[in-house]
Design a protein around this ligand. Sequence first.
Ligand code: NAD
Length: 282
Amino acid sequence: MKIAFIGLGHMGGPMAANLLKAGHAVTAFDLVPAALEAAKAAEGAEVVITMLPAAQHVKTVYLDDDGVLAGVAKGVPLVDSSTIDPATAKLVAAAAAKQGNPFADAPVSSGGGGAQAGTLTFMVGAGEALFETLRPVLSGMGKNMVRCGETGTGQIAKTCNNLLLGISMIGVAEAMKLGETLGIDPAKLASIVNTSTGRCWSSDTCNPYPGIIETAPASRGYSGGFGADLMLKDLGLAVDAARGAKQPVFMGALAQQLYQSMSQQGLGGIDFSGIIKLYGKN
Ligand code: NAD
């Protein structure tokens, strides 16, 4: 299949490479000059996939005069895998529908490692027919594909997952730091938590205390992994969506402020598990 892939960053680069490996013909484009390239990339494509930083980039790439919608043929499915707000996903979907292009929001989980290995989880907001059309394409980049509901629901799932993840990491950091201060061996504490009711991904796979999990960013100076500024962006999406719906998110709002403080201290580029640094020196 002829696929146009737009946005070749940490995630998009390896995702596009995996589509090539899966036998698709991939035309890949990144920034400069952005919108013009997007229109060109979309010409002749049978599917267009975008993997961009945030909502404003998604709007530009699809909706600008020289954007994807200006170049793509009628009927070609459009897939946005960026993490953005559900409202923007719906806005782009509506514009695409006007000219006869089905649109799916399909954000991903599993980060850079999952993108490299082709084991991403796709949370897809799309009608059933579109979901089935996209399944063989997405399976070139991921292992799990979940249809969450109609357009926008993929972004809702992603927002809620990352809200929980951002909060759980802070909880683990706080508990590990308190344990250390009160005098228990952190490795012993982690092994107890990980076989007890406090266990979660943030404790047993990405523990923020250095040296506990060999493969965790904390054990290599918090490099790689999922940047704190990306987590801050995702918590912003959750808090904004919650405000729009008048749904309280007490912990999410606090978590947003803590990652903001991390960012202000110049730590926005390190893995989000580096939030443990707010609790004192490691
Ligand atoms: P990134 O910044 O590494 O890559 C984004 C790419 O988009 C960049 O190469 C940039 O040049 C390009 N771009 C920006 N505007 C463009 C335009 N107008 N036209 C063409 N290209 C343009 O970001 P990333 O880490 O690959 O993340 C992409 C999305 O995936 C984000 O929404 C992020 O929240 C989400 N995500 C990231 C991870 C992760 O671990 N990095 C995990 C899950 C989801």
